[in-house]
Design a protein around this ligand. Structure first.
Ligand code: SF4
Length: 192
């Protein structure tokens, strides 16, 4: 989302519509707004206050590292992000270091499981795709990927205290199969 559009009434009503879907459902849910960190966030004052008053939630900023279709670009952005000593490290907050949550991307008429490294990854390759659109199929594909990681993660991950958490986020799956790195950690473990 571009924060510069947040005061546009048409944009607001589109957000309202999406909130409405959740409110009318039987789901237990938590909704937040999400904005990429880019030039559009500069100079907008009191945006959190506005979002809180208008939708009773928060605006989360994400670095847009995982939104490229090019693995080499993602890798170099992850390398850069990892060096920030006080970086934005969502893996340390309570809502994101939880276990066993499954993130899905819907792209056209297809569903994909999403890796989570600071933010949801947009990876639309066959190895992330759920072919049958049922909850059982989603869970079964997720379990298959989790088990694959325990067997195939690199040596650094296998010896790491955070393996269970990272497996939940499909991080070793992403680094190994998408980035083609056999032994790569994208997180700054000093900050976890
Ligand atoms: S990705 Fe990094 S933090 Fe996660 S298990 Fe591997 S070495 Fe540990």
């Amino acid at each position: 989302m571009y924060t510069k559009h947040l005061h546009d009434p048409e944009y607001q009503s589109l957000i309202d519509e999406r909130f409405d879907i959740f409110e009318k459902s039987s789901l237990k849910y938590e909704v937040s707004l999400l904005a990429n960190i880019d030039k559009s966030i500069v100079g907008i004052d009191n945006i959190q206050k506005f979002v809180s008053q208008r939708w009773n939630t928060v605006l989360e900023y994400v670095p847009s590292i995982m939104r490229s279709s090019k693995p080499e670009k993602i890798k170099s952005a992850l390398d850069a992000w990892k060096t920030y000593k006080t970086n934005y490290n969502i893996h340390t907050d309570n809502s994101h270091k939880s276990f066993n949550h499954i993130i899905l991307n819907f792209n056209k008429d297809k569903i994909y499981l999403a890796p989570f490294i600071y933010e949801n990854g947009a990876v639309y390759t066959e190895d992330y795709r759920v072919h049958t659109i049922t909850l059982d199929a989603v869970y079964s594909k997720y379990q298959e990927m989790v088990e694959w990681q325990y067997e195939n993660a690199g040596e650094t991950c296998k010896g790491c205290d955070y393996l269970s958490q990272c497996v939940t986020h499909l991080i070793p799956f992403f680094t190994t199969t998408t980035l083609n790195e056999r032994d790569y950690c994208p997180l700054n473990t000093d900050l976890l």
